[in-house]
Design a protein around this ligand. Structure first.
Ligand code: ADP
Ligand code: F6P
Length: 472
């Protein structure tokens, strides 16, 4: 059997927990298949300590069935590749936020340099029949760099974040270079039908790609398969975590503490794409217009620190803190605080109990590739007395989780009304909606995601005639 080589910027020990959909999903996949996981070590080497652009020490570690191989980055590479281009250009534009993009011409050189560094370090680790699966926006040109070094392995790419419509994508200087790099892959996967549709429209109109049918496209002397492969969660793992001592303990403690009140939960990385200020404004509007919710509804918002070296993230942190402070100041009572805001990552073992004790989950991103929290919440519920999912129509998950209460997070009043509906929803309706949601979460779990993508990669290679890759 071929070995699976997973490549992503962020590499986590699959035996431990992490915040971020990619790390969580890949840890689940690799724990069951074994293989090699390659990426950034998370270490930044200052110039004074010998850090040089385009260079980095390599580290190898065995974590159960998974070999972890990671590379250090020097300060300049980190700042240009990770902060500058990946999170200062690609992340905002791919989340439709042209206003937050910083198109500094210098960043792209660093982005390319780190992709070349990764290719040089990874190539000697590869065996001829390895299947390589590259993840996310940090590493779009990696397959092209590997091909330039002579790599003929099967290579797939999965984009964990949204792909915007062609006209938004075209705002990126060098967008044509970026999309052309995707043709070095055998399979390119997206989270949703909408993202896949944007890709097809872009390559048809901007790159004049030829549609060969069955998801295959021909351009730049290569054939690529493109499709939607919505990512899922490990449902079995969540079932086990709900029943485990930590999960039960958390559930019971929350049940006791909130016996008289209804609990609402939000769990996110603190990112401007998650719509946290809008969510707080909707919650404030709920308290304002539905006085019966005062002293009876409590929102626990867990927002883990994320990318604090990017200025847009410190701005959102301050905005959120101010909003939480003013809601508590204006509506709080001696024995009740409307919002409990926690700026930390919570242990993964405690999340299922917390989800299960909550009557409502608020998953209201302004734009999100998928959003795994929505699926984790559904999987953690008691089917006899389930909570209600309030879900943004702009999350990739909304294409699948149509039994949720779908909202427009920009519409403060409309979202507040939906939260009110969720808090009052009779148990029969909650059960019926949960049944529909759970069927989807179970059918399209992380194993389905992995198997269907890799199956497509397997087939795709058989059709590729080994045409040479034209250098970028
Ligand atoms: P993203 O990939 O943008 O971070 P997702 O919702 O797809 O968003 O994935 C987030 C993952 O990280 C989920 O598995 C979730 O449980 C976990 N996570 C997010 N925030 C926290 C937090 N504050 N504490 C613990 N885990 C978190
Ligand atoms: O899932 C989206 C994602 O951007 C991943 O690529 C990333 O690992 C995760 O969110 C967390 O972000 P970061 O790696 O920048 O901390």
């Amino acid at each position: 059997m071929s070995r699976l080589v997973v490549v992503s910027n962020r590499v986590a020990d699959p035996r431990r927990t992490a915040a971020g959909g990619l790390a969580v999903a890949l840890a689940d996949v690799l724990n069951s298949t074994g293989g090699l996981w390659f990426g950034w070590s998370g270490r930044i080497v200052e110039a004074a300590a010998g850090g040089k652009p385009g260079e980095g020490a390599m580290h190898t570690q065995q974590a159960g069935p998974v070999k972890l191989v990671t590379v250090d980055l020097c300060r300049q590479d980190h700042d240009e590749f990770y902060v500058g281009y990946s999170n200062g250009v690609l992340w905002p534009v791919f989340h439709y936020r042209l206003d937050l993009a910083d198109f500094d011409a210098g960043y792209i050189a660093g982005y390319r340099r780190v992709n070349q560094l990764f290719a040089r370090k990874l190539q000697p680790q590869l065996r001829p029949d390895d299947i390589i699966w590259i993840h996310d926006y940090h590493l779009i040109p990696l397959a092209a760099e590997l091909r330039a070094l002579g790599c003929t392995n099967r290579i797939g790419f999965f984009l964990h974040i949204p792909l915007p419509p062609p006209l938004i994508l075209a705002a990126i200087p060098g967008h044509d270079w970026l999309i052309r790099a995707l043709f070095a892959y055998d399979v390119v996967g997206f989270q949703s039908q909408a993202d896949h549709g944007h890709f097809c429209r872009y390559i048809e109109t901007e790159a004049h790609a030829q549609n060969l049918g069955d998801g295959r496209w021909r351009a730049f002397n290569r054939t690529v398969h493109a499709g939607a492969f919505p990512i899922g969660i490990d449902v079995e793992e969540f079932n086990a975590l709900v029943q485990a001592p930590d999960g039960r303990d958390m559930y019971e403690r929350m049940q006791q503490e909130y016996a008289r009140r209804k609990l609402l939960i939000g769990v996110d990385r603190l990112d401007y794409s998650k719509g946290l200020p809008q969510r707080m404004r909707s919650f404030r509007d709920l308290l304002q217009r539905y006085p019966e919710t005062r002293n009876s509804a409590t929102l626990i918002q867990i927002a883990s620190p994320s990318r604090e070296d990017v200025s847009a993230y410190t701005d959102i942190l301050h905005e959120l803190e101010t909003l939480c402070g003013s809601i508590n100041g204006n509506y709080g009572e001696l024995e009740w605080m409307p919002v409990r805001y926690i700026h930390r990552t919570v242990a993964r073992s405690r999340l299922p109990g917390l989800y299960r004790a909550s009557r409502v989950a608020l998953v209201t991103p302004l734009r999100d590739g998928m959003n795994l929290v929505a699926k984790e919440f559904v999987a953690s519920q008691d089917p006899q007395d389930p909570g209600v999912l309030v879900l943004s129509r702009f999350a990739g998950a909304a294409e699948q989780l149509t039994d949720a209460l779908l909202v427009n997070p920009y519409d403060v009043e409309g979202t507040a009304n939906a939260i009110h509906l969720a808090l009052q929803m009779p148990v029969e309706e909650r059960r019926a909606r949960h049944q529909g949601l759970m069927a989807n979460v179970r059918d399209y779990d992380v194993h389905w995601w992995c198997d269907s993508f890799l199956e497509c990669l397997e087939k795709a290679k058989a059709e590729e005639t080994g045409t040479p890759w034209l250098r970028l």
